[in-house]
Ligand binder design. Structure first.
Ligand code: FAD
Length: 422
């Protein structure tokens, strides 16, 4: 690859616009192709503390704060009546002890407007890409180049795919993907009048079937259900009917939403846990969801999308011989480690740990271990667990071998599979 000076970014979401800003600051000639996001609500509203240092570096934390709710922690419900709250402050470590719950349209606009203020050129149209015939090299189609007045004076040196789940380049080049085991769907809407949440933690519920989130936004609560589609098919023919009927039929959701009113349509997302097996090619590279996305249980998506942008900007350096192989390795490893944490939710081991902790709190050992356990569990929700080798190792031990050993010694009376998410 020749020295990179000009960059075309496909997709004006958080990853694409954060990257555009960072590259503009480094002096690259950069343009973003964007499509206006028109849905009335966009999923991905809860941030993790790990994103805050990047929002500060971008210079937008105050703006984000102005329209969001302040999120001091996460609450996990093993069932309708059993809750474990993790204030981020318990995680210790180097991250701020808070995050925000963000109305996504506002958040995306903040990152987009920032790029505009920094002088990034925005093209309000889809970028059409084609193969050049030289290996996996890509180019902007002639129509696209004409439509942007030959902005790059030829072809850009690098094309970045930040098109999110559209995965523009991966689809064009048929790049193999690794998908997860689960084939769930998510249905979500914004409601008013539901059970108030204070302080504004995200609430995650293990349900009899699937799981759900409650995210307190200003004046509304975002309520989403992640569930195997088979569980919904008899509940109605439209997604609205299925969502409304599920809320009424599920004991936990009924408890928290009985007085609620749905203020928006219901949006459906499917397709979970998908990682592209290649993240770069001759003159292109992937970032954000376009490279891979995980089940949203721990709200890692926006953090990973923006972190990917920071990483890509770092690897691009001054444009001379970026080590894309290493970039790919780091991106994939990070997704893999998060995925391992996600698995502890679905397998039931996280809930078993909670139950065992409750059972053992009356013993001296239980009381001694509880704060340590709480600290590292909290780090799952702040994003820090993935980046500290000790937390990673500790969590692997306590959600795996430790539970097995305790069962052998009759100190754990719970079967992990009984607490799995169905
Ligand atoms: C059910 C669910 C719940 C989630 N909950 C959370 C959460 O609580 N917290 C969290 O942090 N994350 C969450 N996420 C994940 C989060 O929404 C994504 O990870 C995040 O939006 C990824 O950002 P991105 O910039 O990579 O992609 P996107 O936000 O999808 O942006 C991509 C942009 O590219 C545009 N585009 C596509 N094709 C083209 C083209 N050809 N030309 C030009 N533009 C194009 C799209 O219109 C879009 O605007 C959730 C995801 C799901 C599915």
């Amino acid at each position: 690859m020749k020295t990179i000076r000009t960059v075309a970014i496909v997709g004006g979401g958080p990853s694409g616009c954060a990257l555009a800003t960072l590259l503009k600051r480094k002096g690259f000639n950069v343009a973003v192709f964007y499509l206006e996001k028109r849905p009335e609500i966009i999923v991905g509203e809860s941030l993790v503390p790990a994103i805050i240092p990047m929002l500060r570096e971008l210079g937008v934390e105050d703006e984000v704060k102005s329209y969001s709710t302040f999120k001091p922690g996460a609450s996990v419900w093993v069932n309708k009546d059993e809750e474990a709250t993790s204030p981020f402050a318990m995680g210790g470590g180097s991250l701020p002890p808070y995050a925000y719950n963000v109305p996504r349209r506002d958040f995306d606009k903040t990152i987009f407007d920032l790029a505009v203020r920094e002088g990034v050129t925005m093209f309000h149209q889809a970028a059409k890409l084609e193969r050049t015939g030289k290996g996996d090299e890509l180019k902007l189609s002639d129509d696209t180049r004409a439509a942007i007045g030959d902005f790059f004076q030829g072809q850009p040196d690098l094309i970045v795919d930040a098109s999110g789940r559209a995965r523009h380049i991966s689809r064009l080049l048929n790049i193999p993907t690794k998908t997860g085991k689960r084939k769930d769907i998510a249905l979500f809407s914004h409601m008013s009048g539901t059970e108030p949440i204070a302080p504004f933690n995200i609430h995650l519920h293990r349900l009899e079937k699937g799981w759900s989130w409650r995210i307190p936004l200003p004046g509304r609560t975002s309520i989403g259900v992640v569930i195997n589609a088979d569980h919904l098919k008899d509940l109605g023919s439209t997604r609205e009917e299925r969502y409304d009927n599920y809320l009424k039929s599920e004991p936990t959701l009924r408890k928290f939403t009985a007085m609620g009113k749905r203020e928006t349509g219901v949006v459906q997302y499917d397709n979970y846990q998908l990682i592209s097996q290649r993240m770069y090619g001759r003159n292109w590279v992937l970032t954000g969801d376009a490279g891979g996305f995980l089940d949203p249980i721990f709200s890692s998506g926006l953090f990973l999308a923006i972190k990917g942008a920071f990483r890509l900007a770092r690897f691009l350096g001054d444009g001379n011989a970026p080590n894309w192989k290493r970039y790919q390795k780091e991106q994939m490893r990070e997704l893999f480690v998060w995925q391992r944490l996600v698995d502890t939710w679905y397998s039931g081991s996280l809930f078993t740990l909670f139950k065992v902790g409750q059972d053992r709190l009356d013993s001296a050992l239980g009381r001694f271990l509880a704060p340590h356990m709480q600290k590292h569990l909290t780090r799952i929700f702040s994003g820090e667990a993935v980046y500290r080798w000790y937390s990673r190792g500790f969590l692997r031990f306590v959600t795996g071998p430790m539970l097995d050993l305790m069962r052998l010694g009759r100190l754990n009376r719970h079967r992990t599979e009984d607490l799995a998410v169905k």
